[in-house]
Design a protein around this ligand. Structure first.
Ligand SMILES: [Zn+2]
Length: 639
């Protein structure tokens, strides 16, 4: 916390600061009688309604109602705190401030800080000139050119070069009257066992400028094969890591205008993007954001978009920073880069167009987490899909709004090969809700057990194993059913169909694609139905299947299933009785899903009577199917 500015000092600043002069830096004013008039810098307008009174030291906008004194104007315009605004005006109009607590000590500290800031400012200028005006700067200039960074953007961010000598800066700074102690405290010098030398040597220098435009430190990038690649100023009286955002000073207007800040990892990312026309960019400086940094951004906007490298470290940083932002009540977004590219690559090689595309495709942090879980999960097996879904469900329960969750439904449905309706159905029993936790836990255990049993029965058991494993579970077991067991029953039905083509042709003819929850199974069902029709003419089911297999993408789930069907066609693994049972079970699953879905939607739909009538009909069908299942001769299932 900054110490309290004495009232007398504040008055002195208000007296000295010429409000017309200050405001004129942001909008042009014309004298109109006793006051000045101009276009309001706080809102967009075509006819001037922004009024400034020099005598009263006040401004007021008749358009948007913004008004106050010169300190308030600077606070609002520059997004500074009150004391920062007073300090800035004090510096500009030559007023020395006095502070309430321990005046003498503080002013001593302030004088020292001012000296350190001056040393850093002079160092930045020195490095900048050394880069552009010396022969030794040649290789560094070539490096920047090779990275596609032009002089203009380098100047905006005051990029420089430290001479590759032990005393390049030191000699110069001593001539300017700085002591070794000051240079050490500013982080520019290393003092070790009686020896002193430049901290930064032969490095490309990126001044770390705070949001008020003061150079607080440096980040130096090596131009050789040297470790560390980046060397930063040590923490000291004027530089505190985690309190500063690289590029915020240059970006502040653009951030306020766009009402959005894009956060990247590195200095050159900021330069590259800014050059490509994306100016509302800041860098977190390599690590995850701190609370102070988020607070700093929130002075300008509440909309944070992360654009980090698509590598594990970048992902980790997004998750940590994102969570922190979320805890401050924000809804951060993530702009995902192509794998192996950093923002600077994209900006420099692809230009403004490529940058725009990346920014346009940003997703919510929730969406980013969901995609990550799906990428890492194994969607090729029912068990893997159940596990992935459990993780997704946990992530979804953290969503701050139903809308946010809704946006991710399609992605989850697509990747886990479920219909959007089924995803809605599964998410209904989310674990985050109170009182639901035990049910959800039990469901998870069940799912695990079911998945294990499912895996165990893949090995060519020719008996019908469905009675126990595929029987109806508790309602909370929906995930397992939809993601694993339901799909498995459907799949086995398709296998049983090719083992008994004659009967299957009749049964499948009466079914619709909606009977199949799994999209791949659905695709194969449609193909198989075609093949069975074709078989009536050619009598050669296998040939019909082979031609279908050739139509499907071999690496797709449906393609693999076609292969399996071709292989199983002549093995007669499942008896006609098994086919009957699987047919009934698939119907049961379908009806059950339809009933649950319809029930969940009752009262929402416009046509309640129609829905109720349909529900009644479906429930009757379901009962009939279940009765048929009970009446199956248990011996019938044995091959
Ligand atoms: Zn206004």
């Amino acid at each position: 916390m900054s110490p309290l500015i004495k009232d007398s000092s504040l008055q002195a600043v208000l007296n000295a600061a010429e409000i017309v002069e200050v405001v004129s830096g942001y909008t042009s004013l014309r004298k109109r009688g006793a006051t000045y008039l101009g276009l309001c810098p706080f809102h967009k307008e075509k006819t001037p309604s922004f009024t400034v009174s020099s005598d009263k030291g006040l401004y007021y906008c008749f358009g948007c109602g913004e008004g106050g004194d010169v300190v308030r104007f600077v606070e609002r315009m520059e997004n500074l705190s009150f004391s920062e605004a007073v300090e800035q005006l004090g510096e500009r109009f030559g007023v020395t401030l006095e502070f309430e607590e321990g005046g003498k000590v503080d002013s001593g500290r302030r004088d020292r800080d001012a000296r350190l800031l001056l040393a850093l400012e002079k160092a930045a200028t020195f490095y900048q000139r050394f880069l552009w005006e010396t022969e030794s700067g040649g290789p560094a200039r070539e490096y920047l050119e090779a990275r596609g960074l032009r002089r203009e953007v380098c100047d905006t961010f005051r990029v420089g070069l430290a001479p590759d000598e032990w005393r390049g800066l030191h000699r110069r700074a001593v001539k300017e009257g700085f002591t070794d102690r000051e240079l050490d405290e500013a982080g520019l010098l290393v003092c070790q066992s009686g020896k002193t030398y430049d901290r930064f040597r032969g490095r490309l220098m990126f001044p770390l400028i705070d949001h008020r435009g003061r150079v607080a430190g440096f980040g130096g990038r090596t131009l050789k094969d040297e470790s560390p690649k980046y060397l930063n100023s040590p923490e000291g009286p004027v530089y505190r890591k985690g309190q500063l955002l690289y590029g915020l000073f240059q970006a502040r207007r653009a951030v306020a205008d766009a009402d959005e800040v894009v956060v990247v990892e590195g200095y050159t990312d900021v330069l590259g993007l800014s050059q490509a026309g994306l100016s509302n960019v800041v860098a977190s400086m390599g690590t995850a954001l701190t609370e102070a940094q988020i607070g700093l951004m929130m002075r300008f906007t509440n909309n944070i978009t992360f654009m980090f490298d698509a590598d594990p470290a970048g992902t980790e940083a997004v998750l940590r920073s994102g969570e922190l932002a979320r805890r401050q009540g924000l809804r951060p977004l993530v702009a995902m880069l192509p794998r192996g590219k950093d923002p600077a690559d994209v900006a420099v090689k692809g230009g403004a167009e490529a940058v725009r595309r990346v920014v346009q495709e940003k997703v919510s942090l929730l969406g980013f987490e969901v995609r990550k879980a799906l990428d890492e999960g194994d969607a090729s097996s029912p068990e893997g899909r159940v596990r992935a879904f459990e993780i997704v469900r946990e992530i979804m329960s953290r969503a701050t709004s139903p809308k946010e969750r809704q946006e991710e439904m399609a992605v989850v449905a697509d990747r886990l090969r479920l219909s959007p309706d089924n995803v809605t159905l599964l998410l209904r029993g989310e674990p985050g809700r109170k009182g639901d936790a035990r049910v959800a836990g039990a469901a998870r255990d069940k799912t695990g057990a079911a998945a294990g049993a499912g895996a165990g029965r893949g090995g060519g058991d020719s008996r019908a194993p469905f009675g126990g494993v595929y029987g109806r579970g508790p309602v909370g077991d929906m995930a397992g059913r939809l993601l694993g067991r339901e799909a498995a029953v459907e799949r086995e039905l398709l296998v049983a169909a090719v083992c008994n083509p004659g009967r299957a042709a009749e049964l499948l003819d009466a079914m619709t694609p909606e009977h199949f929850a799994d999209p791949s199974n659905r695709e194969v069902f449609e193909g198989l139905r075609q093949a069975l029709v074709a078989m009536e003419h050619s009598r050669d089911l296998e040939a019909a299947l082979v031609s279908l297999k050739d139509q499907a993408r071999p690496d797709s789930e449906a393609g693999k299933l076609f292969v399996r069907l071709v292989l199983e066609a002549d093995q007669a693994r499942y008896s006609p009785g098994v086919l009957e049972e699987l047919h009934l079970r698939t119907q049961e699953q379908f009806l059950d899903r339809s009933v649950t879905l319809l029930r969940g939607g009752l009262g929402e739909g416009a046509d309640m009577v129609e829905d109720q009538r349909r529900l009644f009909h479906l429930e009757q069908l379901l009962q009939r199917v279940r009765l048929n299942l009970q009446n199956l001769d248990p011996e019938e299932g044995e091959a």
